[in-house]
Design a binder for this molecule. Sequence first.
Ligand code: ADP
Ligand code: MG
Length: 682
Amino acid sequence: MISHLEDPITAIKGIGGETETSLNEINIYTVSDLMEHLPYRYEDYRLKDLETTKHEEKVTVEGKIHSQPTLGYFGRKKSRLTFKLLVGRYLITVTYFNQPYLKNKLNINDIVTVTGKWDRHRQSISGSECQLGPYRKEKEFEPVYSTRGSLTVKGLRRFIAKAFSQYGEHIEENLPQQVLDKYKLPLRKDALRRMHFPLSANDVKQARRRFVYEEFLFFQLKMQAIRKVQREQSRGIQQSYKLDRLKGFIESLPFPLTNAQKRVVNEILADMKSPYRMNRLLQGDVGSGKTAVAVIALFASISAGYQGAFMVPTEILAEQHGASLQAMLDPAGLKTALLTSSVKGKKRRELLHALQDGEIDILIGTHALIQAEVNFNNLGLVITDEQHRFGVEQRRVLREKGESPDVLFMTATPIPRTLAITVFGEMDVSVIDEMPAGRKTIETFWAKHEMLDRILGFVEKELRQGRQAYVICPLIEESEKLDLQNVLDVHAAMTQYFDGRFRVGLMHGRLPSDEKDVVMKEFSQNDLQVLVSTTVVEVGVNVPNATVMVIYDAERFGLAQLHQLRGRVGRGSEQSYCIMLADPKSELGKERMKIMTETNDGFVLSEKDLELRGPGDFFGKKQSGVPEFKVADMVHDYRALEVARDDAAKLIASESFWKDPEYLSLRNYLEQTGVLNGDKLD
Ligand code: ADP
Ligand code: MG
């Protein structure tokens, strides 16, 4: 059924030729496209009280002309019309440039409505518009649209008005009545009209409220539907793990689990036992004990007769995790193996054979794990650490390595709840929101670069007590464009400074990987006391004896990244310190440094980061996967987002959603997106 609204825009009187081209350039092809081209802001013509109007703010005031307007010319054809205006108890000066014709219309003692920019210091308004007579209410707001080419905002307003007079009655409702009633949302046709032709601020507010909810609900319906389809279509493995053995293993760990760890372990085990394929995100701050949870899940899978895979983003991490997993799993009689690009030749062939024969229980490695030559015998569980670093495609390939192994994604980058439920809306999410007892909070300081001497003195004091330190710089080598510290220079300077007392190592991404391994090993064995590095040590690296983290040019890094870097210390029992060297110029930069010194809570920081940087930047440009909404704003409308998510989940789970006529428009929408046919699963 093709509705009238799908008519081409040329069906609207006056649109054709150049206007059509300009409209097409902003993706407006049909009548409904035009009607849904919403204003991005409004001119506000409401009367304002000058008392509360800020300097240079735009105002509309009504007043009585207090002096006969005088007109002067200057330059060529330039004119200035000036008069005094009595606005309440303010006597102000009003000036209109280049509108000489107003002179004959304005007389002393006339009432006029003036719109313009308020100069608080001069008590004057530089007028842009003038309306004779008292303020008339029908023009409180005027929409402002994005335009292109020859198209003006006024032109667009006219076309949209025409579209409404020709087609306004055809706008169909797409939300169920019950939802409209529940949240007292205006009908779609009314809301659209109010967005374009608001009579009051409240009109816009109510209309906006509706579209925010509509956008979120549709988005979340899609996510929840994907989740449902994934579950039902996944012939997951029912992993019958041996509970007794698992309990014994957990008791053999050197520490009791925190309550949060227990909770997420239970969530994961329930998924593993279920006939569905697990698709779960495990979030937990740095040091919250995710690795222990991963190890328990792996143990469970092995006890059920399967193999496990553990994938990490860098070789350094693969080695570290390899070692710590081995330390925990070897005593339990499980066989772990490490596969990185440096495992070559005969050794590699043997390893791959053993894996295929099922002699290896757990394979740990980088994305080398997903190469075609790697075949498991019976893969039951895949865990990826720091999953946001992996592309969607890599994740998919790995998942397909087994029959349909359960998949657990782990991340130490706390993702604000709002982002988690949009970007990962189709996943189940577990959160470790509690730190193991007895952790000392890391003391964080912010210092100017000029205080370096004192800071080095402090570092030295720690080194003398047998501790170690990281020094992080943003660049590898000197740059002409950027006035930032680089690891090569800083390494040279530190080597000289600590000469004969402590050994200083160098680490950055361009070192060959065997060299990196050597450096990491030396640092973890305390053969090196200071490690000057780029952010390659950001994720997961674990050297408990390191107690000082110095970060050069800290204002260059995002809060989440600073928090990750800080998480490299405070991993042992000693008090640890993080010192950020930064001379931020902007208020925002100062604010960010301050927040770092005030909280150690990764979730608080991530919410702040989102607020300061916006959703698009949160994950970095490349693989954000953050959806774009026309009206809604994930940060400011997060409450609506949570409501919409709950509603969507309930709808998808209910029987009536799939058969009642009331939900037809929502079902049609899902039909169109293709998710019900199993498309777009990733
Ligand atoms: P994450 O991977 O979340 O950053 P890890 O799993 O590496 O954290 O754990 C950090 C440190 O805390 C490790 O040294 C680990 O042995 C220890 N740890 C983990 N769970 C507990 C616990 N429940 N009680 C005490 N220490 C723990
Ligand atoms: Mg970890």
